[in-house]
Design a protein around this ligand. Structure first.
Ligand SMILES: C[S@@+](CC[C@H](N)C(=O)[O-])C[C@H]1O[C@@H](n2cnc3c(N)ncnc32)[C@H](O)[C@@H]1O
Length: 273
């Protein structure tokens, strides 16, 4: 059933109840998430058929931004892995994992706090936060997500939903979930990375922490990417302007909608990695 038909059905079923329809992640996943088409060995991968599967994963990344991540995951130099900060339910992760699969490169380390319901709290500012992060959601968005993610208790945390989705899509061999933050991930990285995508805590301090934790791990000519580089997220803009656009370490800086991409210049001799 197409996404709109599915939502119409839920709305119809909820006519008899009071309040908005209670759509849950399990209902959505059962109805909408499909596996990638299978491809013969050495046959062409039909990317547009794969994109139709990935676009069904809940998330707000635009298809054009996702397609750009896919191409960058293919083009980024070396066979080192990719690190993503802020995976949510796996939409951006799957674009980069597909690029890794097509090129036979190492996949994505997907870093997220992957919260359970009990990891959220209402702050004195009226916003909902995750313990251990400055990340916040306005109350009405948090309440919608609370019903969607935890409403029917089918999954304990977003890690359980994420894991179910990447398995159903068929990209789990190219994705390694990491529950935690960028600093914890960077501390256990044993090799450099070919690409970093940052879409986690959108505050200035949060983005700054992510950049400082991971930018030095990037190989020469590797890509550093950010989502939500827009007027709606001034913390992201400020941190990216200060530490990336204002730095002499990057060239080929470009934007696709709210996705900002910068290529790390070749390291001066003696400067790792
Ligand atoms: C905007 S969503 C990411 C959307 C995702 N990239 C997609 O394409 O659907 C932000 C995610 O960042 C996670 N997050 C928030 N603060 C974080 C932090 N300090 N470290 C890691 N993840 C964090 C949240 O749990 C949430 O899943």
């Amino acid at each position: 059933m197409r996404p709109l038909a599915f939502l119409r059905k839920l709305l119809k079923n909820s006519d008899k109840q009071s309040g908005p329809p209670q759509i849950t992640a399990r209902q959505y996943i059962d109805a909408e998430i499909r596996g990638l088409p299978s491809f013969e060995k050495n046959a062409a991968v039909n990317i547009d058929q794969c994109l139709q599967c990935i676009e069904r994963i809940p998330g707000i990344l635009h298809p054009m931004e996702g397609y750009t991540l896919l191409l960058l995951a293919m083009a980024a130099p070396t066979n080192h892995k990719i690190v993503e900060v802020g995976s949510y339910l796996g939409r951006s992760t799957c674009y980069m994992a597909l690029g890794s699969m097509i090129t036979g490169k190492k996949g994505v380390c997907a870093v997220d706090m992957f919260p359970k319901k009990s990891d959220w709290y209402r702050g004195e500012d009226g916003y909902y936060h995750i313990y251990g992060s400055d990340y916040y959601l306005p109350e009405h968005i948090y309440k919608e997500r609370e019903t969607f993610l935890y409403g029917d208790k089918a999954y304990e945390s977003t890690l359980a939903i994420f894991t179910d989705i990447i398995k159903r899509v068929g990209l789990q061999a190219y994705i390694e979930p990491f529950k935690g933050n960028s600093l914890q991930c960077a501390a256990q990285l044993k090799t450099p990375v070919r690409m970093v995508f940052i879409d986690g805590d959108h505050t200035y301090e949060g983005v700054k922490k992510d950049i400082l934790a991971l930018a030095d791990k990037l190989v020469a000519n590797g890509y550093l990417c950010f989502h939500d580089y827009s007027v709606n997220f001034l913390g992201v803009v400020q941190a990216v302007n200060e530490f990336v656009i204002g730095s002499t370490d990057y060239d080929e800086i470009f934007q696709v909608r709210d996705l900002l991409v910068a290529r790390k210049k070749s390291s001066p001799p003696g400067k790792a990695p």
